[in-house]
Design a protein around this ligand. Structure first.
Ligand SMILES: [Zn+2]
Length: 197
């Protein structure tokens, strides 16, 4: 927490679905309410699971206003805020942004802005997701949160995200981002299934 006072500090919070990433981000930002640091939160326009314009975490009453950014070209909506008196920029669901986010975060660090990022480190295939590997490499601090495996009767530490379409494991070649009728579960390595044939 205290590190966030260091100009250019970058913290990345990541893990699978249902690991409490957004909740952790909300808590970190709420703590700043008691400091003299100004913050602002953003999320990509691709995420419509919950209310638009807010960071909302399952099972948590706390929420935080968030600005929606174009996932391919996030800079377009950010430039208005850069010159304002904002110390900490937060990005939720950062995996959905293009690699532009890596450049933006690097520029913010050089400008002395602190950055908090939350997102899925791995996609449903178990492969590094979008800009997350670059952001993780640049981070001063990485918080990897586990979930509990949703596979029936398991409950072990889960670090993978299982995509299910009509209740069945999604094929490796299904599109990376669907946001629709599919479901997601947290799974341990043993129960993470990605059919390739
Ligand atoms: Zn399991």
């Amino acid at each position: 927490m205290s590190d966030i006072y260091t100009p250019g500090y970058l913290e990345v919070i990541c893990g699978p679905m249902k690991s409490g990433k957004t909740g952790r981000l909300i808590l970190e930002l709420k703590r700043l309410d008691h400091t003299n640091l100004n913050y602002i939160a953003f999320k990509p326009d691709i995420d419509n699971r919950f209310s638009k314009g807010k960071l909302v975490s399952r099972g948590m009453s706390e929420e935080i206003d968030a600005k929606i950014l174009n996932s391919e070209d996030p800079w377009r909506g950010l430039e208005d805020y850069v010159l304002k008196d904002i110390d900490v920029f937060a990005f939720d669901e950062a995996n959905f942004f293009s690699n532009e986010l890596i450049k933006i975060v690097r520029d913010f660090q050089i400008m002395g802005k602190s950055v908090l990022v939350s997102g899925l480190d791995l996609d449903f295939r178990g492969e590094p997701f979008g800009p997350m590997p670059g952001l993780l490499a640049m981070a001063d601090r990485v918080v990897k949160l586990p979930a509990g495996c949703d596979y029936e009767g398991c409950g072990k530490r889960a670090n993978r995200t299982q995509r299910l379409i009509d209740g069945k494991p999604a094929h490796y070649n299904s599109p990376l981002i669907l946001v629709g009728d599919e479901e997601y579960e947290a799974r341990c390595l043993e129960h993470h299934e990605v059919p390739r044939s």
